[in-house]
Structures are given as C-alpha cells and as structure tokens.
Design a protein around this ligand. Sequence first.
Ligand code: SF4
Length: 329
Amino acid sequence: MELKNRIKNKVDEKDLTSNCPFPKKNLLIEVTNHCNNKCLFCYNDCMKRKKQFINEKIVTKALTEAYELGMREVGFYVVGEPLLDKRLKDFIKEAKTIGYEYVYITTNGILANLETVKELYKNGLDSIKYSINASNAKDYQMIHKTNSFDLVMKNLKSVYQWKKRYKRKMKVYVSYISTDKTKNEKEIKELFTGNCDEYVVMPAINQGGLIPNMEEISTKKEEDLNGHFKLPCPYPFKSVIVTVEGYLTACCMDFENLLAYANFNETSLKEAWNNETIRKFRKNQLEGKVENTICHNCIYNDNNSPRPLDKNLCSLEDFDHLFCKDVRI
Ligand code: SF4
C-alpha cells in the first residue's frame, strides 16, 4: 500500500461505535519517549511525562494479545525516537515470529545508517519512514535544532541505494512536516525524488491541542487547521496505542497520557479495548462532546485546560500550564 493511503486518517462508518471491533492495523508501541531531536513543531521537548524505555514484557504481551485478537500490523514508535532503544531489532524479530505481516518504524534518521537498517531488515522490518522536515542544512538546524542534515541525508541515500541495488522488499519512505518557512516544494521534490520510494508533505498541526499557536507557522490555512481533525476523530476507534508506561491511550499525540484509558500492566487487551472509560469517550466523540479533553483543543485549536480520562494514568498535577511551546520561527 502506498504511504499516502497508509497515513490517510479514515475509519469505516460501521466501526464508528462506542463498542467497536478490534482493528487489524494500527498497533503502535512506544518503545521509548526519549528523543535526540527537539523539533520546533513537536511537543516532546515540553513533555512532563517521565522519559524512559518500555518494559519488554509489555511488548511481548501487546504483540501476543493483539495478534490473537486479529491485529496484523505493528509500528514501533509513538512520540520518541525508536532507534534510541537497542532492543528494537529484537522487538521486530518477535513481531515477525508471532506472524505480523507488516512491521514498521518512523525515525528522525540520525541513527538510521545503513549498517543499522540492514540489521533491522534482517530481523523483519517491512518499512522505514525518515522524518526529514527541512530541505537544506540551514532550515534543518532551525526546525530540528540539530546540525544533522548531511548525516540524515547520507543515511537515507545509502539505505535507498542498497535497497534498490539488492532488490530488498523493505519500503523506504520520507515524511516532511512543512511550515511557512520550509515549504519550498521545488527544493523538497529535488531532494527526495530518487532517494526514497515515496515522500509525503504534511502541514504542522497543533499536536493534539498542546501547541495552540501552531497556526502561526503552519502551511494550512486557519480554517483548515481548525478542522484538521473532525469529530468523530478516527484514532480512538481504529488505533491500539501502548505507551512506554504500559498504558493504552486513544491518541498517538497524547504526550501526557491525558487520553489513557487502561493500565495494560494489569488487564488484558480484550478487556481494555472496550472498557467503560474508552466506551464513554467514544460515545462523547460521536455526540460531539469533547469539552475538557485535549480533543477540544486539537479540533478547535483552543487552549482550554484539559482533564485526563483517567486521573490514575496521568502524572500531571498542573493542567493549566501545559502550553509551554512558542513556535514562532
Ligand atoms: S487529540 Fe483527540 S481529536 Fe486530536 S488527534 Fe488525538 S484523538 Fe483525535
């Protein structure tokens, strides 16, 4: 499937119910929430959640239980850089051994050199997506806050050339988050054409409502940004997201576990997937009632103080000072 189709945020009408069927795709496991970049449009650097690496028992539990329920695809990343976790190749191998048909990662590419990617491929990786959000070294420094542009491009090119030369099945993708200062389409096209299987350009968005002033740098018009996610949002209905703490959350942009709905360390996926908390949240989504959740800020680009779905799963004490990021370039 093409990358463009893969990242389309859609869900079947029939699956939009509070008690919804377990999906076949979209299992995401946050192996770590550490990151070695500080991208301007990303909330990771402001995140108050403890930075850590996942307990491998939770990875095994998630992979096994999700597969038994019909899941066939898994991505090993959520809000951190997965290649910071040296066990990544083992997790990939475990997923393939269990029977997963499609195993993928997204990386900023700093550590995704040819030697490392060959090892991941050997263990079963089906696709790697490089997140490269600038088309030259100067802009890269401004956006990523590191001077790794040349290194990342070298990694991308060497991996793609190797894949083509040896006819490896693994897909090599690029995603590009654009801002008003880095939207040079011609330069982007020249940079990535011939260096990956496919690239997609997407506008910077407000990160689950946690960076309300994103509209100041986004390439989307204000009205588009406000409506970027419409109710009901597909994520709570189609994604199974396991956080680094071993919680289940409804959204891959839930940096502070404000939409966490189950402690997967203490329950099964079968029980948790349609538990009372998430059913109520989905019902509210279907009825357009998202006040007091991050979804309200995400959809309406507002800056109300959100409250967690389950306060036992969110370590925040101060909900009034979440919006620490100022994204002016
Ligand atoms: S914050 Fe809510 S509305 Fe926004 S993407 Fe996440 S689940 Fe969807």
